[in-house]
Design a protein around this ligand. Structure first.
Ligand SMILES: C[S@@+](CC[C@H](N)C(=O)[O-])C[C@H]1O[C@@H](n2cnc3c(N)ncnc32)[C@H](O)[C@@H]1O
Length: 200
């Protein structure tokens, strides 16, 4: 399975690499989200657990079994229930017309995977469903504050508009912001923030 070993090794520590608090862009816009929520590349669970504490049902998928075990521990410690599934997003088949929202936080994927996955995401959203993404932008390549060192995995608003053509953007921007998410993501960073709706 694609880079599963790398991520399992990274997550094999008691510490939560990206912290246990939600991504701030997700938290700021959580009121827009409806369940069930699909969280792509959920990792150690901070975002799924946050959404569950807001009363949303969440399925967090990730290629790392170790990460998702930590996600379940975090959910238990916060007294919430989340669903998790070990999947390779290169082969993932989400249910059609099923999710009220799909979130993608730091889910940096090669274009070869995005080109298969994103059409399925468009189909998996219910009408009026929301797609919310924050990812490092291509400008992050010059910085040493986190993210992949491969421009193909970094995002731009243009790539998102092109790769998710049937979703209508509500917010689409590339900004610099201070990120403080555990040891994994820390410092001034260049990010893309994107929220789009599937037409009813
Ligand atoms: C930077 S971490 C972000 C984790 C989480 N979204 C967060 O914000 O805390 C990237 C995640 O992508 C997952 N990932 C990478 N490639 C994947 C793939 N092909 N299929 C599923 N998950 C993948 C990794 O296991 C890792 O948990």
């Amino acid at each position: 399975m694609y880079n599963q070993k790398f991520w399992n090794e990274r997550y094999t520590t008691d510490e939560y690499l990206y912290g246990t608090e939600s991504n701030t862009f997700l938290a700021e816009n959580a009121a827009l989200l409806r369940g069930p929520v699909l969280s792509l590349s959920e990792g150690e669970g901070r975002n799924a657990v946050f959404l569950a504490t807001r009363g949303l049902s969440v399925l967090g998928v990730d290629c790392s079994k170790v990460g998702l075990e930590k996600a379940q521990s975090l959910a238990k410690s916060r007294g919430v229930v989340i669903e998790t599934e070990v999947v390779d997003l290169d082969e993932f088949q989400p249910k059609d017309n099923h999710f009220g929202s799909i979130v993608s936080i730091s889910a940096h994927l090669p274009s070869a995977i995005r080109h298969k996955l994103y059409p399925l995401i468009e189909k998996a959203l219910k009408p009026d469903g929301i797609f919310l993404l924050e990812a490092y932008s291509e400008n992050q390549l010059a910085k040493n504050t986190g993210g992949p060192k491969d421009i193909d995995m970094l995002m731009t608003v243009g790539k998102l508009r092109q790769e998710l053509p049937s979703l209508k953007p509500i917010l689409a921007r590339e900004i610099e912001r201070e990120v403080s998410e555990g040891k994994g993501h820390t410092g001034m960073a260049s990010v893309v923030q994107y929220i789009a709706r599937k037409e009813a």
